[in-house]
Design a protein around this ligand. Structure first.
Ligand code: AMP
Length: 134
């Protein structure tokens, strides 16, 4: 399966690559929330979390930790958002798993805007029981 990211990895689409290994590669997002916004992308195409082997997922978080440290060191950002859009309905545009690492600054005016809902009486307990897993 070919995606924008497989084309980038193959060099058919130019990118600013900052890291690569046998499992993933890291590029600068072309439309950053803040400058330095990174994408950690799997080498193999796995559309969503459910399709991605556990060992790949574990590795992605280790690389996210390194990317976070580099952003703080070079840009002086105060924090990062680590985001996975997991499926089209969540806003995922490219069906090829990737983590967004977004540099954040105090009062930078950027927000993850998820308007919140609420539970009716007893609903949170009942739903919690239905969602238990091992
Ligand atoms: P998502 O909505 O989670 O699938 O995110 C896809 C991201 O890929 C978006 O933030 C885009 O800005 C980014 N993107 C799309 N095309 C390119 C490209 N050619 N180079 C770098 N980033 C890209």
């Amino acid at each position: 399966m070919e995606t924008v990211f497989t084309k980038i990895r193959a060099g058919a689409i130019p990118s600013a690559k900052v890291y690569e290994d046998e499992i993933c590669f890291v590029i600068l997002d072309i439309n950053p929330v803040n400058k330095g916004h990174l994408l950690i992308i799997t080498n193999e195409v796995h559309p969503t979390l459910a399709d991605t082997p556990d060992e790949v997922l574990s590795h992605l978080l280790v690389i996210a930790k390194k990317a976070d440290a580099k952003l703080r060191e070079v840009l002086g950002c105060a924090a990062t958002n680590v985001v996975i859009n997991n499926g089209e309905a969540s806003g995922q545009e490219i069906p090829h798993l990737h983590l967004h690492i977004i540099p954040r600054y105090t009062d930078d005016g950027k927000r993850l805007t998820f308007p919140k809902t609420h539970y009716d009486e007893g609903e949170i307990v009942a739903l919690g029981k239905r969602l238990e897993f091992e």
